[in-house]
Design a protein around this ligand. Structure first.
Ligand code: NDP
Length: 611
């Protein structure tokens, strides 16, 4: 079932590598931090609000009372909706800016898109929908289809409003309801609102001078323009690029999947890289039907927990050979587990454990670096592609095609680390290291606004005003104020999903499922008790925030990481504005136990019902 610890190089100089990591980090640090990025504004319509997949639909405004509105129809919203339906709450509307369910999987249809952590864990509710993904890392189209199937299975298409963006959400004390206003002039008066807008869904652009001066074609990876490139999501033959010089800015998890296709089809591809991703071999076998048939009920939750133990626990609580996933995501954890088991000591001190974790981390990253020399022909390019930072400073990637793409004669890697990014954009192309690269098209694989850093910018919702007109954005300016991460005092019946002071899973859909179940329980109980709404007491909220902060470990690991969205571009997390903000330190499953016990008590402890 499981696998053994991996073999990693032992001839590494830890001190020298530590120094190299620091050097590479400092080289990239920009004093503007997160402010280096450009927010997409209304004038940049095509980068966000314009939907390349579904034409706009004219419809009359909806003006009505509803029990529950879920904002966002991605996995967070679908899992909240599914759990509400399972709990017997029927009057539910999902409002989604895209033309269908799917969220990230609706918008992101770039060539090569697949899930990055194995689909048997990532794609949720497999047992309930009696569905088995076709391979380990399934294609985006298959995941998108699963989202639609979830919508059908749980009756969530009824009442869904697609192509609709929320403008404001305001609490009305007189009616004990929220008024939701949308860009379609809908006015919904709602008892419970679930925010499922995703932790990073709005594209952002790199802050490069001259950005708007480029006269060629541009688009963001999350709004792929197949009219320009040719092909389509199911058949990504980008034939129209045969005479085009294409530039990609960014080498994160998205670019790793896109670049092989661009390399294959573009006349010339130039990849502008500031920080290389760590890219391992991708073992993407078709699903074995015999294995699938052998699975016992409860297998998916068991597998998700197993994945979490090896990818989320610093010192895994299971022996290495119990790792089911056996890939790059679980490798450091598995190796740590193997080392601990092989130790002569009955018990290791925390310092010894930390040292083992660090050694295994450096070993795995060195293995990743050395495989680049084996694959990439040109030594300068190979060296530039090597990631010098600790495992999990950036999102780990796997691809069998990314690194070999740099052996193609029509592909150039431009290392822009020394200038902390592309220097300038001109009418004709991009300037880096003093040289102008003329191109026909620039593709921004430059990532997304991070909700924890600025909820307003990331969600695009102009106002979320609770009791006495208190703005949620102001209320959280100095950090989240929540009870169990899912509700906040002064905001009755408003619920949050995502990375807010709750359980953090390495598989986000497991987290959304946990939150959906809990929120559905609270709404069901509130309705069953005949109350109009529910909110946490000030005391319960303060106690929870204190608990979270008292348990939080020092964030030295992320502070020392190379800049990226994980650590506020090197500004450190300060806890409160990290992309994965203030998780419950004892762990995802401990948090699940805590809220499970809270539900079992049945008294909605710490929450007050509103008549
Ligand atoms: P990222 O934020 O991870 O990457 C943005 C890229 O743009 C980085 O390489 C960054 O460099 C680069 N960049 C930014 N500014 C500049 C500049 N001025 N000059 C040059 N380069 C610049 O975005 P992604 O879309 O790749 O990924 C976002 C997240 O989405 C992932 O971390 C992952 O969680 C998720 N994802 C999941 C996938 C899956 O499961 N299949 C696939 C893809 C994404 P630098 O690193 O130096 O900042």
């Amino acid at each position: 079932m499981g696998c053994a610890p991996s073999v990693t190089p032992h001839d590494i100089e830890l001190d020298a590598l530590r120094e190299k990591y620091r050097h590479e980090r400092d080289k990239r640090l920009r004093k503007e931090g997160t402010a280096q990025y450009v927010h997409v504004t209304a004038e940049m319509h095509d980068f966000w609000e314009a939907d390349p997949h579904t034409p706009p639909v004219e419809r009359d405004p909806v003006v009505e009372n509803v029990d529950v509105v879920i904002i966002g129809g991605g996995f967070a919203g679908l899992l909240a909706g599914a759990n509400l339906k399972k709990a017997g709450v029927q009057d539910v509307r999902i409002i989604e800016m895209g033309g269908d369910f799917g969220g990230a999987w609706y918008w992101n249809r770039y060539p090569g898109i697949q899930c990055d952590n194995e689909s048997y864990c990532y794609v949720p509710m497999l047992e309930e929908l009696n569905y088995m993904p076709s391979k380990r890392f399934v294609d985006g189209v298959e995941i998108y289809q699963h989202c639609q199937n979830m919508g059908k299975h749980f009756g969530l298409y009824e009442g869904a409003l697609f192509g609709t963006m929320i403008r404001s959400i305001r609490w009305d004390e007189a009616t004990r309801r929220w008024t939701i206003v949308t860009n379609q002039d809908d006015e919904l008066r709602v008892r419970f609102v679930i925010m499922a807008t995703g932790p990073w869904s709005k594209p952002k652009l790199p802050g490069i001078s001259g950005l708007s001066s480029f006269k060629g074609h541009t688009f963001h990876s999350a709004r792929w323009d197949y009219d320009y490139t040719g092909g389509g999501p199911k058949d990504p033959v980008l034939s129209k690029l045969a005479d085009k010089r294409v530039a990609v800015i960014g080498t994160g998890a998205t670019a790793i999947q896109i670049v092989p296709f661009l390399g294959r089809y573009a006349k010339h591809l130039t990849v502008f890289q500031r920080t290389p991703s760590a890219v391992d071999h991708r073992r993407n076998d078709p699903t074995d039907p015999e294995w699938a048939a052998s699975l016992q009920p409860g297998w998916q939750r068991d597998r998700q927990e197993n994945f979490y133990i090896f990818s989320g626990e610093p010192f895994p609580s299971k022996p290495a050979e119990d790792d089911y996933t056996c890939d790059f995501f679980t490798e450091v954890g598995r190796n740590v587990s193997g080392r601990v088991a092989a130790s002569d000591k009955a018990e290791l001190s925390i310092e010894e454990l930390v040292a083992i974790r660090e050694q295994e981390d450096y070993g795995v990253m060195e293995r990743i670096r050395r495989r680049i020399d084996d694959i990439v022909d040109d030594p300068t390019t190979a060296e530039a592609l090597k990631p010098y930072y600790r495992y999990m400073c950036k999102r780990p990637c796997s691809s069998n095609d990314y690194l070999p793409t740099f052996n193609r004669p029509n592909v150039t890697l431009v290392d822009v680390s020394s200038s902390k990014g592309v220097e300038r954009i001109t009418e004709k192309g991009l300037v880096a290291n003093g040289q102008e690269y003329e191109v026909d098209c620039v593709i921004f694989a430059s990532g997304f606004e991070i909700a924890a850093q600025d909820q307003k910018v990331a969600s695009g919702i102009e106002a979320i005003d609770g009791r006495d007109g208190l703005s949620l954005y102001d209320h959280w300016r100095e950090g989240y104020q929540t009870f169990h991460g899912m509700s906040s005092h002064g905001f009755p019946g408003l619920f949050f999903t995502g990375f807010t002071q709750g359980g953090l899973s390495t598989s986000v859909t497991a987290m959304y499922e946990q939150q959906g179940e809990h929120i559905a329980y609270i709404i069901r109980e509130t309705l069953a008790r005949g109350a109009a709404s529910v909110e946490p007491t000030r005391q319960a909220q303060d106690d929870w925030v204190r608990t979270i902060r008292e348990l939080a470990p020092p964030d030295t690991f992320l502070q020392e990481c190379t800049p990226g969205y994980y650590n506020n571009e090197g500004g450190g997390t300060g806890g409160i504005r990290a992309a994965v903000s203030e998780p419950y330190a004892p762990g995802f499953y401990k948090f699940g136990e805590l809220i499970g016990e809270w539900r079992d008590k049945g008294d909605l402890g710490g929450m007050m019902l509103i008549d």
